[in-house]
Write a protein that binds this ligand. Structure first.
Ligand SMILES: *Cc1c(COP(=O)(O)O)cnc(C)c1O
Length: 380
């Protein structure tokens, strides 16, 4: 991945001057810091960042500068990244499956918080992690409202979570609970049942809950017609925690990935061809920066610019859009309305592409080289 040191005014300036053949991700530090401030001002607890959603060092450095002091990490590589770029930040090792070697390394590197969702992994931790550390039991509910099922892989049932929480407490760890309601949860109610179940698990386990981590899952702006309402979600989390826990209210933690980082990047792709005036072939697709679209749906916050960077203003026309590889799954879901006057060589920009884009790019079929350029503003 290339990284240009220059700071550009806006994407159109870069595109007109550089005429990039590869896709380009435009990064706005100002938008990232503003989003971080929105979370810090509104969320009723500790705001941490899920590193996997975009592990770029510039992202971590800007979150650190904005005042983010905790990170959800899932591997030793991510732990080392945070130690290097945001020294002093706390780390929550919230991948519930780790090797003994990884646990030992993490303890040595100063990690004091671990999630768990099984008896065997709790026993593994108990042999290595000193008492006093936080053990955060991850539980799950049958899914609803999320774009993607996060309970398919991780999370104990409420019954098992009760047992694990009581055991963590008995072993001398700070007992906490965590859940992940699913990614891109536009409905605040996704958090409601989880928080109430957390309170029930706590009562059944007979412990005093230290912290409740309400996960990631905070939505980003993907569709023009649906603007996410973060403040409504924050308010619901605050209110329901009070109602469910009463006087025994635990400290709250959140660990957004998408909700923090998505808005600060715009992906500029280029039209390789418009085949017989029908199918649009872009230079990026589902093996590159657009990997998530078939999983959680299209992003229609697009704009098209010509080779001089000027905006195409033609009426929208639904098109089938393909990526550059020869695999027939390399196609964006459904159809995308794009200006009727669009031409080969134009740029198609997708806004809100900061999460799960740089992180999951492949080099399949020789494509996927992605440049990152820093801009003052993502819009004109
Ligand atoms: C991926 C992940 C997150 C971030 O999820 P988003 O939907 O991007 O907010 C948070 N916590 C855990 C444990 C995760 O695995």
């Amino acid at each position: 991945m290339g990284l240009s040191k220059t700071i550009w005014a806006k994407p159109s300036e870069f595109l007109a001057k550089e005429q990039p053949e590869n896709p380009v991700l435009f990064f706005s530090p100002a938008v990232l810091q503003a989003t971080a401030h929105r979370f810090l001002a509104g969320f009723p607890g500790l705001v941490t960042y899920a590193v996997k959603s975009n592990p770029d060092e510039m992202v971590i450095a800007n979150l650190d500068a904005a005042g983010i002091r905790g990170y959800d990490v899932a591997s030793i590589h991510e732990i080392d990244l945070i130690r290097r770029v945001a020294p002093g930040a706390s780390m929550h090792y919230n991948n519930p499956v780790r090797t003994r070697r990884e646990i030992t390394d993490a303890v040595e590197k100063g990690v004091r918080s671990f999630s768990v969702d099984s008896r065997s992994e709790l026993a593994k931790l108990a042999g290595i992690v000193p008492p006093g550390a936080e053990i955060s039991v991850r539980f799950k509910l049958p899914v609803q409202g999320a774009a993607y099922n996060f309970g398919a892989k991780f999370g104990a049932t409420a019954e098992l979570a009760t047992e694990l929480l009581a055991e963590a407490d008995r072993l001398g760890y700070a007992p906490s609970l965590t859940f992940h309601p699913g990614t891109q949860c536009t409905d605040p109610l996704a958090w409601d049942a989880y928080i109430r179940t957390a309170a029930q698990i706590t009562r059944d386990a007979g412990v005093r809950l230290q912290r409740l981590n309400v996960g990631g899952g905070f939505p980003s702006h993907r569709l023009n017609q649906i603007a996410p309402e973060l403040e409504s979600i924050f308010a619901l989390i605050d209110r329901v925690t009070g109602e469910a826990f009463g006087a025994d209210r635990p400290a709250l933690v959140c660990e957004p990935g998408r909700g923090l980082v998505a808005e600060s990047f715009t992906l500029a792709t280029r039209v390789r061809a418009i085949r017989d005036d029908a199918h649009v072939f872009l230079n990026d697709g589902v093996y590159g920066g657009l990997a998530e679209l078939p999983l959680i749906g299209i992003i229609d916050r697009t704009e098209v610019r010509d080779e001089d960077g000027a905006r195409r203003a033609g009426a929208g026309r639904d098109r089938i859009v393909f990526g550059p590889t020869c695999d027939s799954v390399d196609r964006l879901p459904g159809e995308l309305a794009l200006p009727s006057d669009m031409e080969e060589g134009d740029f198609v920009l997708f806004h809100g592409l900061g999460a799960y884009s740089t992180a999951t790019v492949t080099r399949f079929n020789g494509f996927g080289l992605l440049d990152i350029a820093t801009v003052m503003s993502l819009t004109d």
